[in-house]
Design a protein around this ligand. Structure first.
Ligand code: FES
Ligand code: FES
Length: 158
């Protein structure tokens, strides 16, 4: 079957790729663009491991087709740091030992960044609600919430 040619922006760079009509954006990111920071947990929109933003909206890339990325701007975990400089959220995850496994952490960070862009001064409850779509099957969420609140304080200059 003929593949579809798609042009989009990924982490600020213009990209062009070919994809099958049924290929998800998650598959395109990982298999065609080799951006393997975005993970597959459930594949059904339940775990948040595949979180990216599409035109600024937090999106489960396992639920979106690659062809739907045409003309869109996508941000993945690979676009979060600026060169060697970590994003404040990444730094605070390190400082608070909020890092968990490589499957859930990228999605947590992408979702937290999206939350702070919408709400720079969230309450603890709002952070918990904002990350409710990101599941970890192993541990608690307390350190993650602390890290996000601390990053929010730093980003506000408080
Ligand atoms: S892999 Fe997409 S929500 Fe779980
Ligand atoms: S799923 Fe990543 S640490 Fe539990």
């Amino acid at each position: 079957m003929a593949k579809n040619r798609v042009t989009a922006k990924v982490n600020g760079d213009s990209v062009e790729f070919l994809c099958e009509t049924g290929q998800t954006l998650l598959e395109v990111l990982r298999d065609e663009l080799h951006l393997t920071g975005t993970k597959e947990g459930c594949g059904t929109g339940d775990c948040g491991a595949c979180s990216v933003t599409v035109d600024g909206r937090l999106t489960c890339s396992c639920l979106m087709l690659g062809v739907e990325a045409e003309g869109k701007s996508i941000q993945t975990i690979e676009g979060m740091a600026t060169g060697e400089k970590l994003h404040p959220l990444q730094q605070k995850f390190l400082e608070h030992a909020a890092l968990q496994c490589g499957v859930c952490t990228p999605g947590m960070l992408v979702a937290a960044k999206s939350l702070l862009e919408r709400n720079p001064n969230p309450t603890e409850e709002e952070v918990r609600y904002g990350l409710a779509g990101n599941l970890c099957r192993c541990t608690g969420y307390h350190k993650i919430v602390e890290a996000v609140l601390d990053a929010a304080r730093e980003m506000r200059g408080a």
